[in-house]
Design a protein around this ligand. Structure first.
Ligand code: HEC
Length: 120
């Protein structure tokens, strides 16, 4: 999508779909679903550049054993990051990824996931 207006429409539509009654400091809505409207994507971008980009690439395209994040949904990304943080093992390279998830707060995870899901 190269048209910034089209992107804006998609973002507004996504935000409109997820807007609920926000509780202060809470990035999940009443159903426990991630509320993209509550995310601070600028903070997500900053953190991604600092802690994730070296392995997953500038636009999440991945490289060899570093998986592609491009195209994953916010829900999927949040779920994976929470589970890596908990110490769950996925692929053979979990030890490379797990330390990066350990230091993330719930808020960091939502901010990062909403930012990553905007890659195209
Ligand atoms: C040292 C390199 C490295 C860094 C830094 C890193 N990752 Fe990863 N990441 C990996 C590897 C390797 C895997 C696959 C691990 C496995 O085999 O389970 C992975 C997996 C993931 C997955 C799961 C992908 C999938 O398809 O299920 C997500 C999401 C993810 N990383 C997000 C992040 C985020 C967000 C950051 C920054 C906070 C980050 N990673 C930092 C190497 C890294």
């Amino acid at each position: 999508m190269n048209n910034p207006l089209a992107l804006l429409i998609v973002i507004s539509a996504t935000v409109a779909l997820t807007v609920t009654t926000p509780a202060a400091g809470n990035t999940e809505n009443a159903e426990g679903k991630v509320d993209a409207a509550m995310a601070d994507t600028a903070a997500g971008e900053k953190l991604y550049r600092k802690s994730c980009r070296a392995c997953h690439g500038r636009t999440g395209k991945g490289l060899s054993s570093y998986p592609k994040l491009l195209g994953q949904s916010v829900e999927y990304l949040v779920d994976r990051l929470e589970r890596y943080r908990k110490g769950e093992k996925f692929g053979p390279n979990t030890p490379l990824m797990a330390p990066n998830a350990k230091k993330l707060s719930d808020e960091d995870i939502v901010n990062l996931s909403v930012f990553i899901a905007s890659f195209e």
